[in-house]
Ligand binder design. Sequence first.
Ligand SMILES: Nc1ncnc2c1ncn2[C@@H]1O[C@H](COP(=O)(O)OP(=O)(O)O)[C@@H](O)[C@H]1O
Ligand SMILES: [Mg+2]
Length: 356
Amino acid sequence: MQALQLGATIGILGDGQLGRMLSQAASRLGFKVVTFGPDAESPAAQVSLASKVAAYTDEAVLARLAERCDVITFEFENVPASSLDYLVGLGATVAPSSKALRITQDRVFEKSFAREQGVGTVDFRAIDSLDDLKAAVAELGVPSLLKTRREGYDGKGQVWIKSTDDIAEAFNSLNGRPSILEAKADFTREISVVAARGWDGTVSTFPIGENHHVGGILSTTLAPAQIAAETVARAHDIARKVLEGLDYVGVLAVELFVLPGGDVLLNEIAPRVHNSGHWTQDGCLCDQFEQHIRAVVGWPLGDTTARCTVEMTNLLGADILDWPRLSAEARARLYVYGKDDPRPGRKMGHINRIKS
Ligand SMILES: Nc1ncnc2c1ncn2[C@@H]1O[C@H](COP(=O)(O)OP(=O)(O)O)[C@@H](O)[C@H]1O
Ligand SMILES: [Mg+2]
């Protein structure tokens, strides 16, 4: 596609903190941003030229967005793929594609896709009934992890099966939703790669982040991760295979497990900028938000070289109330998402601390 001119308008489906930081990056480069989401006072709406408050399936509002925007992207992986198809049908330019969304919205499709690209995953089985689950536990063993196929995030919609006695309760806890049983990965580290692909097929990867989760939610990312060069190469190769296999345009993240022998397995794909890439705001010349904007508007991808080591810490719930102390820290930069209610576990902001 032709590179968009300064002052062009970008539409963003989704209105959370990722949309907020995308909008800020876009406006820095001279673009106008219209956000689309269910909440009038959303983090993204607060920093954008205009916001459309509607359900993602509202065709009249989608049509107005298509008319107004030169390119439309998204920051939320549960936007219905059919809404993207609708926009494309109206002649809008949309990136990433609905194909990327369809595959990554479903954990069974996602892992099957990875394997088709020659990327390893844990063993898994699709689960539609209690009998399926009994058979799958017999094959994959315990402990194993039962997850909903769709709409899980921050460890929600997941339950460990530690013994065969847990099977019925685990199955019932997901209320009969289509699920996936995953073998346990005995990983030594969890890492992620944030990477981008442009309309012309150019691929660019960021240095790797090492992630620590607490209670299923990302707590910290340290980057660039101190890992073997071979692991870095494997991780970047996985990101490239995923980008190319999806014919992707924009930024995505792959969450990976590093096994004791050095093998690297794909855990999940996020078809958007990612929490584990927030460190790039202070660690790289071009951060993940600017990179996504550059990719979707057809600009050259930016320089992803690391300038320093950064530790990103999420500020969850009441952590944000500590802002007077956090804002006074040396060698640190505070990001606040503009959300009112610091519910436990809610992502309210993050802080990037420069380590070296
Ligand atoms: N198969 C697995 N084996 C071991 N740990 C897992 C497995 N799947 C997920 N986990 C752990 O749970 C976390 C959240 O799971 P994930 O599939 O990434 O779901 P979410 O969409 O909630 O991020 C992972 O980052 C990892 O720590
Ligand atoms: Mg995850």
